[in-house]
Design a protein. Structure first.
Length: 243
C-alpha cells in the first residue's frame, strides 16, 4: 500500500516545472493524478510522459479563472481528495508602467483561479470529511518584489484566502496550507544572466537554488495524513532566504 492509494489529486498547471514535479511525487505515492494546462494537447502529452514513470495520470485543458470550465472539469473528474493550486503567470513591470490588463490577468490566474478551484472541490471534500488543499505561493508574497506588484498582490492574497479556508473547513477534516517557494531551478530562473543569479545566490544561506522536487516534497507532506494537524500555515521552501 502507498500513502495515497485510492486518492484523486488535481494539480493545476502541472505540465512543467514545479507543477510537473508535484504531479510526479503524488503519482509515486499512489494517487491518481489529473494535471491541467491551458493547451489540451500539451496537457495530454505531459500526462502521458508522467504516466510512463508509473501511475494513472490524465491531462485536461483548463483556464482556472473560468468558473464554468472549472466546474465542468471537476464534474468530469468526480470527487477530488487533494487539490494543488499551482497554475499561474507573471506579467512584470514597475507600478507606474503596469497595465490594467496585466494586473487583471495575473490576479485572475494566480488568485481567482485558486478561489474557483477550491470552491469547486470543497463540497466533495466535505462529504468525505477529508480533503487537502495546498496552494503554491511565493517568497515574494511575504516580502514583496520590485516590478511584480500584481504577482505579489496575488500571492499575498492567496495566503489570506488559504487561512480563511483553513478556519472555515477544519471541522470537516479539510486542511488548507500554502507552500511558498523561493528561487527554484526552472526554465525562468535558468534564463537569468550570471550577475543576477550570483546576486540572488548571495542572499540564500544554502548557496543554491531549490529544485522543483524540494517543493514537491513539502506538498506531499501537507497532502498526507502526517500533516493532519497542520492547517492555515505558510511553509517556506527557500534555502533560508527568508526566515
Amino acid at each position: 500500500m502507498k500513502p495515497f492509494d485510492g486518492k484523486t489529486a488535481l494539480v493545476t498547471g502541472g505540465t512543467r516545472g514545479i507543477g510537473n514535479a508535484i504531479a510526479r511525487r503524488l503519482l509515486d505515492l499512489g494517487a491518481d493524478v489529473v494535471i491541467t494546462g491551458r493547451d489540451r494537447a500539451g496537457a495530454e502529452k505531459a500526462a502521458a510522459e508522467l504516466a510512463r514513470g508509473g501511475g494513472n495520470c490524465r491531462g485536461v485543458a483548463l483556464d482556472v479563472a473560468d468558473f464554468g470550465q472549472v466546474e465542468a472539469v471537476i464534474k468530469a473528474i468526480g470527487a477530488v481528495d487533494i487539490l494543488v493550486n499551482n497554475a499561474g503567470m507573471t506579467k512584470d513591470d514597475v507600478l507606474m508602467r503596469l497595465k490594467e490588463d496585466d494586473w487583471d490577468a495575473v490576479l485572475d490566474a494566480n488568485l481567482k483561479g485558486t478561489f474557483a478551484c477550491s470552491r469547486a472541490v470543497i463540497r466533495g471534500m466535505m462529504k468525505k470529511r477529508w480533503g487537502r488543499i495546498v496552494n503554491i505561493g511565493s517568497i515574494v508574497g511575504s516580502m514583496g518584489n520590485i516590478g511584480q506588484a500584481n504577482y505579489v498582490a496575488a500571492k499575498a492574497g492567496m495566503e489570506g484566502l488559504t487561512k480563511t479556508l483553513a478556519r472555515e473547513y477544519a471541522s470537516r477534516g479539510i486542511t488548507a496550507n500554502v507552500v511558498a517557494p523561493g528561487f527554484i531551478e526552472t526554465d525562468m530562473t535558468r534564463s537569468l544572466d550570471d550577475a543576477v543569479r550570483a546576486g540572488l545566490m548571495a542572499q540564500i544561506p544554502m548557496e543554491r537554488f531549490g529544485s522543483p522536487e524540494d517543493v514537491a516534497a513539502a506538498v506531499a507532506f501537507l497532502a498526507g495524513d502526517d500533516a493532519a494537524y497542520v492547517t492555515g500555515q505558510v511553509i517556506h521552501v527557500n534555502g533560508g532566504m527568508r526566515m
